[in-house]
Ligand binder design. Sequence first.
Ligand SMILES: Cc1cc2nc3c(=O)[nH]c(=O)nc-3n(C[C@H](O)[C@H](O)[C@H](O)COP(=O)(O)OP(=O)(O)OC[C@H]3O[C@@H](n4cnc5c(N)ncnc54)[C@H](O)[C@@H]3O)c2cc1C
Length: 422
Amino acid sequence: MAAWSNWSGSVRATPREVARPRTEAELAQIIARAEKVRVAGAGHSFMPLVATEGTLLSLSELEGGVEFSADKSRVWAPAGWSLAKLTAALWAEGVSLINQGDVNPQALAGAIATGTHGTGAELGSISTFARAFRLMLADGSIATCSEQENVDIFQAARLSLGLIGVATRIEIDVLPAYYLEEKVESHPIDAVEERWDELVANNRHAEFWVFPYADMAIVKTLNPAPGEGALNRQNDMDDRAFRVICDLCAALPFLTPSLQKMIVGPNVRQRRVGPAYQIFASDRTVKFEEMEYEMPRSAGWPALREAMAWIKKRNLPVTFPFEFRTIAQDDIWLSPMHAGPCLSISAHQYAKMPWRPFFEGIEPIFRTAGGRPHWAKRHTLTAADVDALYPNASRFKAVRAAQDPGAKFANAHLASLFVEGT
Ligand SMILES: Cc1cc2nc3c(=O)[nH]c(=O)nc-3n(C[C@H](O)[C@H](O)[C@H](O)COP(=O)(O)OP(=O)(O)OC[C@H]3O[C@@H](n4cnc5c(N)ncnc54)[C@H](O)[C@@H]3O)c2cc1C
């Protein structure tokens, strides 16, 4: 038995066995003999997606490398590689991912299994880039699926929470390598609201962070630009001072509102240019817990304002900012971005401080706004909610039941949502 914990420390498990197969043959043997199996990527999910008392797999050491299509518009990549390893290897071959989120330790398969996304009105989640999967099924056999082959398995695998099979390789769309210019600026939140549509329309990527007790927001835009040599700073923001403030707030929570007003001054103006994969990803070294809902674009601002007011009314010590992003709609069965361009609001709390009362208080605001949660982040959906929110939930469940009738790949949390009769 080995102890396992997710990145934030909020999910702990003691799997009977932790296995790091090097070949598909070894993986097939492990899956065939195991009663219960979960695969861990980098453990960056806040929900107990990976937790198991059975066999916990890591595919980070599975053999294989990248293989490009003839025109280099697609690449087959090892599912267990981290986005950091993958994007560096792709850059060396002259290509980039279409979009990325804030960090890059996640495994490619882990990011795709949960619909991980960045920001950009016309850009879908990383799951939308997936063109084909090589999956090991519950009996140890291999299935390849794509828009042409095993189509139902493919549709379910595009955002599967690891319930359909173990992905060993994934084919994804890529773009010729590009550089990005990043601008990080502080602006009054009211001015950001006034200019939001323009910011979204005029930038490939636009997002902002706002602390519940502050009047200033930090706006970040990214746009393709000519390269300017090596990066002068590795991170979008320096979080050393922020860590000190979070620790102070944890010790003396009543200081939170006043300390928070000092974090973002009016004159932040930063700019850097670098390879897209280095600009997208930053280190997030101050640990937090997170809830995120994706909702119709028009519902975003009212929901954000209401959530901020809810916190202020209770004087709740919430030390982290909200993050506000856009995502293109998609047609993936379990995607929160299914059939509607989305606005995403992430709520964070310092990992050392209570987060449940805060998340429980604002979740109804996001639900009323028509929101669906990010599967990897804190939510309290029930099986009935899943059926009500996802028009294709029954199709997903039918593929899951057909491919894994014994629910070998389900843990307690996922069984309660997706395995009929649980
Ligand atoms: C600091 C931080 C920043 C983040 N930033 C963003 C962001 O900007 N945007 C965003 O959308 N999300 C973000 N997230 C959430 C994160 O992207 C997701 O939780 C993602 O799933 C984590 O990937 P992972 O490799 O750690 O997967 P894990 O959490 O380890 O696993 C996630 C799921 O993938 C499954 N899985 C993993 N490997 C396989 C495989 N080979 N085959 C089948 N299933 C598999 C697991 O079983 C599990 O169900 C962030 C999280 C953190 C902690």
